[in-house]
Design a protein. Sequence first.
Length: 414
Amino acid sequence: MTLTLVPPSPVLPAPVRPDPLGVLGVPGEINLDHAASAPCARAAADAVAGLLPWYASVHRGAGALSRRCTLAYEQARQTVGDFLGARPDDHVIFTRNTTDALNLLARALPAGTTVITFGGEHHANLLPWPRGSVRLPVPDSPAGAVRSLAAALGELARDARPGLPVLVAVAGEMWPIAELARVAHRHGARILVDAAQLAPHAPVDLAALDVDYVALSGHKLYAPFGAGVLAGRADWLDAAPPYLAGGGATSHVGAATHEVRWTTGPARHEAGTPNLLGAVALAAVCAALGEADRQALHVREQALLTRLRRGLATLPDVVELRMFGPDAPRVGIVSFVVAGRDSADVAAHLASRHRIGVRDGLFCAHPLTRRLLAEAAARTGRTDLPPTALRASLGLGTTEPQVDALLTALSHLP
């Protein structure tokens, strides 16, 4: 008998799966403007591409495509809720962005609610609140924020407004959120966290932080524009008129236009055809971040942040802006000015000559940025600081060579 030897099959390497948190971009362009709009993550792009063949109405059809899209939309809601540590009785409402989410909550406040904010808020967390809101000065430290809030709530408690609701609205970033929440709840107030700038950099958990509401934007969280979230306590939201009146927000519409019964739950404030692709893309990023080693990502970002700040400190005409002390915890965002230089001109030069994108202006936080500019002038004694600033913000796609490219470009301004 003749034996035929069959050579062993070659062992093929396992296919390399793309990193779901790898970001898309244009080769050669250095994007250091994540705080305005972060680049799209691979997880978001893949989720959208996978759903596009099934694209159909949500909650409005019996066909297979519509059922598939309705399931995807509600699964996205659950995924985002899990990412934010939503409690069983919380609502997770899809909005357009953080500004939209905060305006929704402002419309849902019970009559007579007093809103307390700090002067360091983004316009989205300053402008929607009703007249009579209390704006506290920008604190000098995280501990100062806690003391200031406690004093303000104590003064309100002595005011002739017993029983009226109070909402504390504060930005996330690296503020002492849990401590602020404890102070708020001790005085019977609720607390909202604007997590637009925090969620891309650190976990945000409603239950763990014991906050009542959180809002965020998909476009700062590596998802496309047009998707945001308001998550939190259901009672105010179910008691308020719908944010938008229209299909999907109703449980019954009679023959007369006033014969309307509004539904409860998230649908009450999601009238009209929802942004299915935005919700699914945002949920995909939330799922990818939930599976990632957030501590390792934090350590990497902090190393890049230290590299950037130390490099800026060596440039004689660059002055960093800061709300708290130089050693206070912060996310990967640095605002600064170049003395004697118009910030818009510097940003334009970086873009045209070095293909580096940074933000310039007052960052939709005019009161805060003007205060920081004044503090920088007083701290340095310089009289040649410009009236607007520059901002470099880091993220998942940022590398050491990109940080170094910015520092080199700033050191050789013409």
